[in-house]
Ligand binder design. Structure first.
Ligand code: G6P
Length: 607
């Protein structure tokens, strides 16, 4: 997903911009560029490909910059293929911009501007904004921005420079993220704090209808009419070290190992006297008793955490839960109304579809609860109530710890709904909460010896296709296990309810097809054994993920991944770690770019 940076200070800006752009690489991109003030001109250098091989190489053949102010961008192509010309910054020498988001009415704007004599070089929606700003510019940048944002529709975060306003950056946004960093004698704009945390921890969140002006005197905020406004300054408590790999080969592996702490950090602030407590965000027992329906909405791994939530809440609280993919939810006129609770789950808090699902839920009168990881993100700010999952920055595109903490939260939510609705008594609720607090230790046990995951990976890494099967909670958790494997190893993988296999998907099994059977639920164990035997007799190579103490016959599983002893309710959450590690080592053995899988973006801020 596109990344924006901008810098004004006293030192050479090129190094700062490149460094900040590299820190946004995790968002996924296919080209990068910068535009800086050099003498009385705007100089732009941009290139398709990775920053190191593309932009940095190109900069070597250009004169050395002494500029102190500029903007930069990593582009994730939406309108027009990845190419030098479609890369940002985009402009015409008088004005240059970097853009994240999608301009929905760009065709209309383009034909208007063509009618006014403008030519277009790129296929991007962004170029229409650059030229529109130029069209409106008559000497006052704020006035030009005000007019342009009155015309453009869609989502945008924009960093803008005007040749006639040397060493000044302007920023404006709607629906796409942008922060403004305040350093010592220098200022920044960035898509997120990770980009600039090396330089400052202090930042402002730019809101819709606000314009930030950054120059050598500091940062100045105005509304769209040029009236000055005061803004709250936030301080990021993430340290630089935690945003780096910390000795692990990949961020993904590091983040998998951070899960015991991450889960503790998520649950412990929400436990009071041994019971769940969501008082911090205003989600009271009274409210939980009164809600007519509970919806859980998200994308990707976040949605998968909702599937676990559904199983848990329905089982423990006997309350129906509707789980939906945000991109479907927002376009199918969902039956959400006043009196319902919509839980919006998102690691980044910026996913465009999820944000829109949230807005729709609010418009329909529902109470909204955001479960997000990034403090101050758009979804967190927009929702009625917020739970921060406290997992720390997740850099690997493939989500691991952020998913685990979302699931951990689902457990606590299920306990609280069940308790509030009188389905369990205080003693049982305390017992359940206590069980959850033991999960981090069990996850740690799974991390103490990694050899079994490496061994299993060595047996499956050559496969073209494989299946995950499970029942009950194992089915819900396997969806995520399968997604992990497919995301990073590029092996086709499907997760299937074990009992449903016989109605079609079993035809995919042939000699040697790996089947990963998740079998943690005692009450469903015998049923799973039958399913496993069925696939095995058709040639499947079975990897069973189950309690270490379980004795499996040779006619059943080829390989066993043993899990520590825990209650049936919690074992699926623990098994997640095993599935993540199998996916990780499989991808490593296939030589894949684990942290930056092809075609994927960490934060999908466009539809
Ligand atoms: C992208 C990421 C996924 C993530 C999904 C939702 O597709 O690659 O890992 O699960 O977005 O992201 P969110 O930030 O809303 O949880």
């Amino acid at each position: 997903m596109c990344g924006i940076v901008g810098f004004i200070g006293k030192r050479a800006c090129t190094d700062v911009l490149i460094d900040a752009l590299k820190r946004l690489e995790y968002r996924g991109y296919d080209s990068a560029g910068i535009a800086i003030f050099e003498d009385d001109k705007i100089k732009t250098v941009k290139a398709k490909g990775k920053i190191k091989e593309g932009l940095v190489e190109k900069l070597k053949s250009e004169p050395i910059f002494t500029a102190v102010c500029g903007i930069g961008h990593t582009r994730w192509a939406t309108h027009g293929e990845p190419s030098d010309v479609n890369s940002h910054p985009i402009g015409n020498g008088r004005v240059s911009i970097v853009h994240n988001g999608i301009i929905e009415n760009y065709r209309e704007i383009k034909s208007f501007l063509i009618g006014k004599g403008y030519g277009f070089e790129s296929e991007t929606d962004t170029e229409t904004v650059a030229k529109l700003l130029d069209y409106y510019y008559e000497g006052d940048p704020i006035e030009a921005i005000e007019k342009a944002v009155g015309v453009i529709q869609g989502a945008y975060a924009l960093g803008i420079i005007f040749r006639e306003h040397k060493n000044k950056i302007f920023a404006v946004r709607k629906d796409s993220p942008l922060i403004v960093g305040k350093g010592k004698g220098e200022s920044f704009i960035a898509s997120d704090i990770t980009a600039i945390i090396e330089y400052t921890r202090e930042y402002y969140c730019l809101e819709r209808g606000e314009i930030a002006t950054l120059d050598e005197n500091g940062i100045h905020f105005t509304d769209l009419h040029g009236e000055a406004i005061e803004k709250e300054l936030f301080t990021a408590d993430w340290d630089v070290e935690s945003a780096q790999k910390g000795g692990y080969e990949h961020f993904m592996l590091k983040e998998i190992h951070e899960q015991p702490d991450a889960v503790r950090n998520t649950i412990s602030p929400r436990i009071k006297d041994g019971l769940p407590d969501f008082g911090e965000c205003g989600l009271t027992a009274e409210k939980l008793r009164a809600y007519k329906h509970i919806f859980i909405v998200g994308c990707g791994s976040a949605m998968h955490s909702g599937m676990v939530g559904k199983y848990l809440i329905e089982d423990l609280a006997r309350t129906p839960v509707i789980v939906d993919i945000a991109s479907e939810f927002r376009y199918r006129n969902p039956l959400v109304s006043d009196g319902d609770l919509v839980v919006i789950v998102s690691q980044s808090g910026e996913t465009a579809d999820t944000l829109e699902a949230l807005k729709l839920s609010k418009a329909k009168g529902a109470d909204t609860l955001a479960v997000v990881n990034v403090v101050g993100s758009s979804i967190a700010r927009e929702a009625d109530m917020v739970i921060y999952t406290n997992a720390g920055p997740e850099i690997s595109v493939c989500s691991t710890k952020a998913y685990a903490v979302q699931v951990a939260f689902m457990y606590l939510l299920a306990f609280e709904v069940a308790y509030a609705r009188g389905r369990i008594d205080e003693a049982r609720c305390k017992e359940l909460v206590n069980g959850l607090t033991e999960v981090p230790e069990k996850i740690q046990e799974c991390l103490n010896d990694l050899s079994i995951y490496q061994y299993v990976a060595s047996k499956i890494f050559n496969a073209d296709s494989l299946l995950y099967i499970g029942r009950g909670l194992d089915n819900a958790l396997s969806m995520e296990g399968s997604l992990k494997l497919k995301e990073i190893s590029y092996i086709h993988s499907e997760s299937y309810a074990a009992g449903e296999l016989k109605h079609g998907t079993i035809s995919l099994i042939e000699d040697g097809t790996p089947v990963i059977a998740v079998m943690t639920q005692s009450s469903l164990f015998e049923k799973m054994l039958s399913n496993v035997r069925t696939v095995k007799s058709r040639g499947a190579k079975v990897v069973a993920i189950c309690r270490a103490a379980e004795n499996l016959d040779a006619d059943c599983a080829d390989y066993k991944v043993g899990l520590p002893e825990a209650d049936d309710l919690f074992l699926p959450l623990i098994s997640t770690v095993a599935m993540q590690l199998i996916a990780y080592y499989t991808a490593v053995q296939r030589g894949c770019d684990v942290d930056k899988p092809r075609n994927l973006a960490k934060s999908v801020t466009v539809e």
